[in-house]
Design a protein around this ligand. Structure first.
Ligand code: HEM
Length: 147
């Protein structure tokens, strides 16, 4: 029962984090770039981060707990010995890259967003979205095995 709840919460977090970034990258961002209007991004970010950040925290908390259904020790996955280990290790590495890029975007770019640095922010958004989809893909691979 605990496993099922964890998995559902993990998938819920995944829907919010990856889904939110896909909406941002595919619909909001092109509009903001076309109209040269950073305010469009600002409005979306300020509303989305209230649910997006808790979703990511939920992902990490449930994800770390789920790892222990497959391994006795989290660090075992870094031996890359089986596809399951490889997928979990890649998820952790890509998550750390995501956190660094997201923190840089939040602290350095969004707080003083101007038209001149919108393209730089756009690359951050696109990269975080691709990383999110990749982490989701590797997550599905843990159960499915080799693609
Ligand atoms: C943006 C972050 C993340 C996303 C979008 C994500 C997404 C997913 C998805 C879609 C699955 C497939 C679930 C299924 O097969 O039904 C999954 C599984 C899994 N994820 Fe994540 N995940 C994220 C972060 C993490 C983190 C940080 C960890 C911890 C290392 C983690 C560990 C796992 C594990 C162990 C599974 C296998 C669950 C199972 O099928 O039994 N995930 N993830």
């Amino acid at each position: 029962m605990e496993y099922k709840i964890l998995l559902v919460l993990h998938l819920l977090g995944s829907s919010v984090w990856v889904g939110g970034h896909l909406i941002l990258a595919i619909t909001i961002l092109p509009r903001a770039l076309k109209l040269h209007d950073p305010e469009i991004l600002h409005q979306f970010e300020s509303r989305y981060e209230k649910i997006g950040i808790p979703a990511l925290v939920l992902q990490v908390a449930t994800g770390l707990r789920l790892v222990y259904y497959y391994n006795d020790n989290l660090f075992d996955v870094f031996d890359f010995a089986y596809s399951q280990h490889t997928f979990i290790a890649l998820k952790i590495i890509l998550l750390l890259v995501t956190v660094i890029i997201a923190a840089h975007a939040r602290i350095r770019l969004i707080s003083k967003l101007k038209e001149e640095n919108m393209v730089f922010l756009a690359w951050h958004i696109i990269t975080i979205t691709i990383l999110g989809v990749a982490i989701l893909f590797f997550g599905a691979g843990i159960r499915i095995g080799n693609w």
